[in-house]
Design a protein around this ligand. Structure first.
Ligand code: NAD
Ligand code: 0WE
Length: 256
């Protein structure tokens, strides 16, 4: 069943094969979508080249630092030149300075707060503005969030505040872009062992905590995020917009 046959998509946030963006990109491609990829900088170029190359040698691959408006403009100009249109966008990008995720939230510096919000939340607004003019047949934008947006998760700190901004931005974008049949949703994923998670002290305890306390008594698999990403991108989700969909083994429903 080719749920996404004829759809053109762009993926932001692949760093390596463990990236959530890669799991969702693979699922989108398997469902029939044609994909373009971006990478953050030269450091990641080779990795992403090798992964994106599995979809064929002429896969569109572009550098994009989401803090740079010129990069974003160039990406959508290139997509426009190659495909003339776009249906899907995946935002799977987040960053806060390491020290902001270690101490107390009360000590967050102005600069760490700015960086976390610029990269992790404002970037969705900038990417949506770049993509929307190409989504002439309607579209689906999907961003990745985490439970720390709505409840305190110790040490998630300024990232939790940035995810709250990302989720609220999703709702305002859904309102603005709805008349163009462009939907905007978040997937709030349970913890997944990726590069972004690796550096976090206590991350393996967090995986154990979800196993012990989630209704399904297990962690989320990357391919399950891929399946949800495919659903949100598909016409089955045609009336779903502005939502945060939890893909977390049910953890979010628990009060204790
Ligand atoms: P990852 O490290 O594989 O992906 C993060 C990506 O952000 C990388 O590809 C990195 O290059 C990109 N990035 C950072 N700064 C950037 C910039 N200035 N410009 C462009 N790209 C930039 O880790 P991941 O866990 O796959 O994270 C992807 C998304 O999923 C993030 O939004 C993260 O918050 C979210 N998320 C992760 C988990 C988890 O437990 N891993 C859970 C819920 C949500
Ligand atoms: O969104 C994330 C992590 C995003 C992230 C990770 C890093 C590590 C390296 C953002 N910025 C940085 N900066 C770095 O220098 N997750 C949902 C994974 C995560 O991170 C946590 C978590 C969970 C879960 C941090 C503290 C507590 C829980």
């Amino acid at each position: 069943m080719s749920l996404l046959a004829g759809k053109i998509g762009i993926v932001f946030g692949v760093a390596n094969k463990r990236s959530i963006a890669w799991a969702i990109a693979q699922a989108w491609a398997k469902a029939g979508a044609t994909l373009a990829f971006t990478y953050q900088g030269e450091r990641l170029k080779e990795n992403v080249e090798e992964l994106a190359g599995t979809f064929g040698p002429d896969t569109l691959l572009m550098p994009c630092d989401v803090t740079k408006d010129a990069d974003i403009d160039k990406v959508f100009a290139d997509v426009g030149a190659k495909f003339g249109k776009l249906h899907l966008l995946l935002h799977s990008v987040a960053f806060a300075p390491k020290d902001a995720l270690e101490g107390q939230f009360v000590n967050t510096s102005r600069e760490a707060f700015r960086i976390a919000h610029d990269i992790s939340a404002y970037s969705l607004v900038a990417l949506a503005r770049g993509a929307a003019p190409l989504m002439t047949e309607g579209g689906s934008m999907v961003a990745m969030s985490y439970y720390g947006a709505e409840k305190v998760v110790p040490h998630y700190n300024v990232m939790g505040v940035a995810k709250a901004a990302l989720e609220a931005s999703t709702r305002y974008l859904a309102y603005d872009l709805g008349p163009k049949k462009i939907r905007v949703n978040c997937i709030s994923a349970g913890p997944v062992n990726t590069l972004a998670a690796r550096g976090i002290s206590g991350f393996s305890e967090m995986l154990k905590h979800y196993e012990a306390h989630s209704p399904l008594k297990r962690n989320v698999l990357p391919e399950e995020l891929g399946a949800t990403g495919t659903f949100l991108a598909s016409d089955g989700a045609a009336a779903i917009t502005g939502q945060v969909l939890y893909v977390d083994s049910g953890y979010q429903i628990m009060g204790m």
